[in-house]
Design a protein around this ligand. Structure first.
Ligand SMILES: Cc1ncc(COP(=O)(O)O)c(C=O)c1O
Length: 489
C-alpha cells in the first residue's frame, strides 16, 4: 500500500485505488460479519443497496440553497413532518435535519442559550442539567457555546435522579435533559417527571432520543411479552417536553449523516438559525451548523423512512426485542454476570455481579475471540447495541461470553493482564485531569503533523499512555494481591 503523503502527480487508475481501498477496509472491524456491537446500524443488505442508489443520485446536490434544490427542501420537510408525527408533536412542531446526533444536540443547546438570552437576559452564563449518562455531545456543546453543563448523578436504577435534579436547579439553569434511551445502559430516563419539573420551573426540557427515536415508538406497539419492559412516556405526549433529537442514521436505518432536531414550536427553532446580511458574498442564511448540506444523506433519510414504513420498523423492533430478550436471558445464565439496569431497548451493558469475574478481563477474552465490544465505566461493563445481523451470531456470542467468564473465574489473575487492569484503573483513577491530558495528547498524536499515512495507534498503547507508570504498577500489584487473596481457600 502506498504511504505517499502528497496528492499523486498523475491520477491513479480506478482499479489501483479500488485495490488500496480493499486493503484499507481489511483493517477495519468486521462489522459485515456482525462482530461489532456499535457504530454501525444495518438493516439488510438489500436496504443498503437501495440507500446507496438514492445517496449517489443526490451526492452532488446541496441543501444550503433550498431554492436551487427544492427536492431536498421537500424531502427535509417530509422527514421532519413524519418524525413530528411519530413523536406525537403538537400542530406547531417544527425542526430540521442535521448531520448527526451531535449536531442536533449542539443546536438544541444553542437554541436554549439564545432563548434564555431573549427571555431571561439577566442570566449571564446559562446552565443545563444533564444526567451523568447523557451523551458527551452536551459537553461539546457547552464548550463551544459557553453554556455550563452540570452532571447530575444517576439514581440506583441507572436513570436520571429527579430529586437530585430538583436540588441542582439554580438561578442560571435554563433547561433539563433526559435520554430515551441513554447510550450506556439502554434505559429511558423518567422523562415525565423531569418534564413536569422543567415546566413548573419555567425551563426547557430536551429529550435526547438520538439512539431510540426511530425505535421506541415501535417497541411501544409490541405486545407486553415481546418487550423487555414497558417504555415510559418520552416524546411530545409528555407536556413540558420542548425538544427532541433523534437520529435517522441509527435505528432509522438511513445512510450516515442524518439526524433530526424537533421543537414543540418555532419559538425555540428560530434560535438555531444564522443570518448574515452584510457579507460581500451576499445575504447568507443557514438553518443548521453546516454550511454545505450534502444532499445524499437527506435523500437517503427520506428514502429509508418511506422504504421501511411503519410496518417495517415495527417488524424490526419485534425482531430486535426477541434478540434482546435472548441475550438478557443468556447473560443472566452465566454465573457471575448480569445486565446493568433494566433496559427496555436492545442496548445492553453487561457487568459483573458481586463476586463475579472481572468484566474487563472477560471483554479482553471476547476481543481475542474476534468480538468488538465497547466498554462502559463506573460500573465497569461491556456494551452491546443490537441490530438485525446479530441474530445470526447470538448463539456464538453467548457461548464465547460464557467461556470467557468461566476462564476469568478460574484464573482471577487474568484481571491483571492485557488491557483489563488499564480499563479498570482509568475508570477509577481519581486524577481525571491526568486521564484527560493523556487522551488529548493521544488525539494530538493521531491528528498531528506525523499522522499522515499512519493508522490509529493500537488500543493497548493508547491506554498505557493514559496512566502514569507508577500508578499503573501500583494497581497491577494490588490486582495480583487481591486475586491471590480471593484464591485462598
Ligand atoms: C443517546 C445518544 N445521543 C447522542 C449521540 C451522538 O450521535 P452521533 O454520534 O450521531 O453524533 C449518540 C451516539 O451514539 C447517542 O447514543
Amino acid at each position: 500500500m502506498s504511504s505517499s503523503t502528497a496528492i499523486p502527480r498523475e491520477g491513479r487508475s480506478h482499479e489501483s485505488i479500488r485495490k488500496t481501498l480493499g486493503e484499507l477496509a481489511a483493517q477495519d472491524a468486521d462489522w459485515r460479519g456482525h462482530r461489532v456491537f456499535s457504530l454501525v446500524y444495518q438493516h439488510t443488505d438489500a436496504h443498503d443497496v437501495f440507500l446507496k442508489e438514492v445517496h449517489s443520485r443526490f451526492m452532488s446536490t446541496n441543501g444550503l440553497n433550498p431554492m436551487a434544490f427544492q427536492s431536498l427542501k421537500k424531502m427535509e420537510a417530509d422527514v421532519v413532518a413524519m418524525s413530528a408525527d411519530l413523536f406525537n408533536g403538537p400542530p406547531g412542531a417544527v425542526g430540521t435535519l442535521t448531520s448527526g446526533g451531535t449536531e442536533s444536540i449542539l443546536l438544541a443547546v444553542l437554541a436554549y442559550r439564545e432563548h434564555a438570552r431573549r427571555h431571561r437576559p439577566w442570566v449571564l452564563r446559562p446552565e443545563i442539567l444533564v444526567p451523568s449518562s447523557a451523551h458527551p455531545a452536551f459537553y461539546k456543546a457547552g464548550h463551544l457555546f459557553g453554556v455550563r453543563i452540570t452532571r447530575v448523578p444517576l439514581g440506583s436504577d441507572f436513570r436520571a435522579d429527579v430529586a437530585a435534579t430538583r436540588r441542582r436547579i439554580g438561578f442560571s439553569t435554563v433547561a433539563l435533559v433526559g435520554s430515551a434511551p441513554c447510550y450506556p445502559y439502554g434505559v429511558v430516563d423518567p422523562i415525565s417527571e423531569l418534564a413536569e419539573l422543567a415546566s413548573k420551573r419555567g425551563l426547557g426540557m430536551h429529550v435526547d432520543a438520538c439512539l431510540g427515536g426511530y425505535l421506541l415508538p415501535f417497541i411501544e406497539r409490541l405486545a407486553p411479552e415481546e418487550r423487555l419492559k414497558p417504555v415510559p412516556p418520552w416524546d411530545f405526549r409528555v407536556p413540558g417536553v420542548t425538544s427532541i433529537s433523534a437520529d435517522v442514521h441509527k435505528y432509522g436505518y438511513a445512510a450516515k449523516g442524518a439526524s433530526t432536531i424537533l421543537y414543540r414550536g418555532i419559538d425555540w427553532l428560530k434560535h438555531q438559525f444564522t443570518v448574515e446580511t452584510d457579507w460581500c458574498g451576499g445575504i447568507y442564511a443557514s438553518p443548521t451548523l453546516a454550511g454545505t448540506r450534502p444532499g445524499g444523506p437527506i435523500a437517503a433519510a427520506w428514502a429509508a423512512l418511506n422504504a421501511l414504513g411503519q410496518s417495517g420498523y415495527e417488524a424490526n423492533a419485534r425482531d430486535l426485542m426477541a434478540l434482546a430478550r435472548k441475550l438478557v436471558a443468556g447473560v443472566n445464565e452465566v454465573p457471575g454476570l448480569t445486565v446493568i439496569g433494566e433496559p427496555c431497548t436492545p442496548v445492553l451493558a453487561i457487568g459483573s455481579a458481586p463476586g463475579g469475574p472481572a468484566i474487563n478481563a472477560v471483554g479482553d477474552r471476547l476481543e481475542s475471540a474476534g468480538w468488538n465490544v465497547d466498554r462502559v465505566q463506573n460500573p465497569a461493563g461491556l456494551h452491546l447495541i443490537l441490530n438485525p445481523g446479530h441474530a445470526s451470531v447470538a448463539d456464538f456470542f453467548l457461548a464465547d461470553l460464557a467461556a470467557a467468564a468461566r476462564e476469568v473465574r478460574d484464573h482471577p489473575e487474568l484481571a491483571a493482564e492485557g488491557s483489563a487492569p488499564l480499563y479498570g484503573m482509568i475508570a477509577k483513577l481519581p486524577l481525571r485531569g491526568v486521564v484527560r491530558h493523556n487522551v488529548l495528547a493521544l488525539l494530538q498524536e493521531m491528528y498531528g503533523p506525523d499522522a499522515a499515512g499512519s493508522s490509529a495507534p493500537a488500543t493497548s498503547v493508547d491506554l498505557d499512555g493514559a496512566v502514569p507508570v507508577m500508578v499503573r504498577q501500583a494497581l497491577r500489584v494490588w490486582h495480583r494481591v487481591r486475586s491471590r487473596l480471593t484464591a485462598l481457600p
